[in-house]
Write a protein that binds this ligand. Structure first.
Ligand SMILES: NC(=O)c1ccc[n+]([C@@H]2O[C@H](COP(=O)([O-])OP(=O)(O)OC[C@H]3O[C@@H](n4cnc5c(N)ncnc54)[C@H](O)[C@@H]3O)[C@@H](O)[C@H]2O)c1
Length: 339
């Protein structure tokens, strides 16, 4: 049975790859599609808006002023996240903003404060919080059955070169950074979720290619505030794609692999717990939307808040700072809690 429609009007800014996923989630949900779509590329916005007869805008401020929205989903290039969220707060809108929350920690703070002042919800789209494999791993770690987490390793290899994704990802002014800030934020998020605390100390190395403004490859050694240590390896010639995390606990290790699923390694044996789910983004986008809408309407609802989003940005920026300085970098205490 189709759930009844809820009168909650959500606009979308950014009609690209991820904007399309959010619109699909909106269409599948009781919200029943976007109430307006904005993109500087009018044709892209029109493509997403057409099935819902939603109005199309090329300026987000005009959309906020004219479309009687309750909320907005921001999926624009990274450097636009902060100004758009500030404008949304001024317009009294609840916000779900894509990761990375912004390109500086100061901008994250401005966004948090603006939404707090406006009395609107600020949620950051850390999609892996809604990934069933990540959730099951979290549950097992938290159960304490295998002892405390000791180490987390994360390795991801994706194709990160001009032509592999829209050009703005390689423009420092718009992207704010390369593979670390874009792809690495998912890994840093995993490290914090599985390690159970925020990243406090970072030693990083980044590498790029001649003529490119952003880094394409990186290594980092991370220490969490509870003493758990982790590493992050990000490389740019993925294909085949690689996305693997291990969580070493006192009596067993969990291995999460985007290709092979979730396994428990113990006493020299590996037991498969969940198969890989290549379709995970679709239900995860829907669960993320449902959590956001429920929270915005004051009905509970799971979401990652702005202080958590800022902690992930701070960890990514610390990789850059450490790489530049050639020394480990301490991250000042955050008031975020790992959700
Ligand atoms: N959650 C995930 O798994 C995931 C995956 C990929 C990307 N992302 C994030 O989603 C965001 C968008 O990434 P994408 O891959 O969809 O990029 P994209 O380039 O496909 O889409 C971005 C869109 O924003 C539009 N845009 C640019 N400037 C604008 C402006 N001033 N006003 C309105 N629209 C504007 C562009 O025309 C484009 O259509 C980024 O923050 C990215 O890091 C998240």
């Amino acid at each position: 049975m189709t759930p009844p429609a809820v009168p909650f009007r959500v606009g979308v800014v950014g009609a690209g790859t991820v904007g399309t996923e959010h619109v699909r989630a909106l269409a599948d949900s009781p919200v029943r599609g976007p109430a307006a779509v904005c993109d500087i590329d009018r044709a892209a916005a029109a493509r997403l808006a057409a099935p819902f007869d939603a109005p199309v805008y090329t300026d987000h401020r005009e959309m906020f002023a004219r479309s009687r929205l309750d909320a907005v989903i921001v999926t624009s290039p990274h450097a636009w996240h902060a100004p758009m969220v500030l404008d949304a707060a001024r317009a009294g809108l609840h916000v779900l903003v894509e990761k990375p929350m912004a390109t500086t920690a100061e901008d994250c703070t401005r966004m948090i404060e603006a939404c707090r002042r406006a009395g609107t919800l600020l949620a950051v789209a850390h999609i892996i919080h809604f990934d069933p494999m990540v959730r099951e791993a979290r549950r097992l770690i938290r159960s304490g059955e295998y002892g405390a987490p000791l180490l987390v390793t994360h390795q991801r290899s994706s194709h990160y070169a001009p032509g592999s994704r829209p050009g703005w990802f390689f423009d420092r002014a718009l992207a704010g950074g390369g593979i670390v800030l874009n792809v690495g934020t998912h890994g840093l998020d995993r490290v914090q979720l599985f390690g159970g605390a925020l990243v406090r100390r970072v030693s990083g190395v980044v590498r790029g290619r001649p003529g490119m403004e952003v880094e394409t490859d990186a290594l980092a050694l991370l220490e969490l505030s509870n003493g758990v240590c982790a590493n992050l390896t990000l490389t740019s010639r993925g294909a085949p794609y690689l996305d693997e995390t291990e969580v070493v606990m006192e009596t067993a290790t969990l291995r999460l692999s985007r290709t092979n699923g979730l396994a428990l390694l113990r006493d020299g044996e590996s037991v498969g717990l969940l198969p890989s789910d290549r379709d995970h983004p679709r239900p995860a986008f829907r669960a993320q939307l449902d959590g956001f809408v429920a929270a915005a309407r004051g009905r509970g609802g799971r979401y990652a808040d702005g202080t958590y989003g800022r902690s992930v940005v701070s960890a990514a920026l610390a990789v850059y700072d450490s790489a530049r300085l050639g020394d480990p970098v301490e991250i000042p205490g955050e008031d975020a809690v790992v959700p």
